[in-house]
Design a protein around this ligand. Structure first.
Ligand code: C5P
Length: 298
């Protein structure tokens, strides 16, 4: 008996970042959109105890110890229900690793849902979301999918209506960027300045609700982008190449280093991907669309 859960990546169409809080986190207005790049996590009983394995082109970069959010999800659920986390979690990884697309968070949400189904805990949805929030700021959104506004440190979600499908190209860069390091760079760059309270953009929410790609392109914003570019200046070349190739807008995805290009249509996205691929500025490109549903048992 095993359970497989499919879980999507995300892009932040707005990432407004406030000043560092006393606990080191930052208040956010974080508009998430789930997009069609997926990891799959399979949970199988493992009498020998908790074990994590991973397959896929970047599997070598995925930690297989207890720092993996999938392992931590299994432990958290087991602890809550007074059982041992005797499960083998296999991650079939397609979401870029340390790429700013919530790949680790996705695996946490997927493992939680898979173990919940395997162990038949009977946990309620709010209970699962509470565990997600304990695991990490982006984990609740990986569970929920679609589109949502995340406030607090990103874990307090309000689901959003989306009036259409948005077409994207994602450019993968060599190596990852550490999220804490990008937030630290944000703090360094904004030191001594008055960082405004993060608020969701009404224009952006309207563009999402209407499914209007041009209006969304005009409002995309990521406050972490200067920090990501400061740590990885070569990302500017990828952004410029995608814009020159005809994308409506370009931005760094979350804390990067994946860059995201919003396109007018699926055909336009294919064209931008081809040009970006040939530009030699990035490791590889992926074409996809969103919104898509969150973690789902297959
Ligand atoms: O919540 P999560 O564990 O995914 O966050 C990883 C790191 O990113 C945190 O330790 C913190 O350094 C940074 N972070 C932040 N503010 C947020 C979310 C994350 O500073 N709202």
């Amino acid at each position: 008996m095993s359970v497989t859960v499919r879980v999507p990546a995300k892009v932040n169409v707005q990432l407004a970042v406030g000043a560092a809080r006393p606990d080191g986190f930052h208040d956010l207005a974080n508009v998430f959109l789930a997009v069609g790049l997926y990891d799959e996590v399979t949970a199988t009983p493992s009498p020998g105890g908790l074990r994590v394995t991973c397959s896929g082109p970047d599997a070598g970069q995925v930690p297989l110890d207890r720092t993996n959010l999938a392992a931590r999800a299994a432990e958290a659920l087991a602890a809550r229900y007074g059982r041992t986390p005797d499960v083998h979690l296999h991650i079939a990884k397609d979401i870029p690793v340390a790429g700013g697309m919530a790949g680790g968070s996705a695996d946490g949400a997927a493992a939680l849902l898979a173990c919940d189904a395997l162990w038949q805990t009977g946990a309620s949805r709010p209970e699962l979301l509470e565990i997600c929030a304990e695991l990490g700021s982006d984990v609740p959104f990986s569970m929920v999918g679609g589109a949502a506004l995340g406030t607090g440190r990103g874990e307090v979600l309000t689901e959003l209506e989306v009036g259409g499908t948005f077409h994207w190209v994602f450019a993968l860069a060599d190596g990852g960027l550490s999220t804490p390091a990008v937030f630290r760079e944000f703090d360094r760059l904004t030191e001594g300045t008055d960082v405004p309270e993060p608020v969701a953009s009404p224009e952006l929410l309207t563009a999402l609700a209407k499914g209007d790609a041009h209006a969304l392109a005009a409002t995309l914003v990521n406050d972490l982008q200067p920090a990501a570019l400061s740590l990885r200046p070569s990302l500017a070349d990828i952004l410029a190449a995608g814009t020159a190739a005809g994308a409506l807008a370009a931005l760094v995805s979350g804390s990067g280093p994946t860059t995201a290009f919003l396109c007018e249509s699926a055909a336009a996205a294919e064209k931008v991907a081809e040009t970006l691929s040939a530009s030699g500025t990035c490791r590889s490109v992926r074409v996809t669309a969103g919104p898509v549903p969150g973690a789902t048992v297959l």
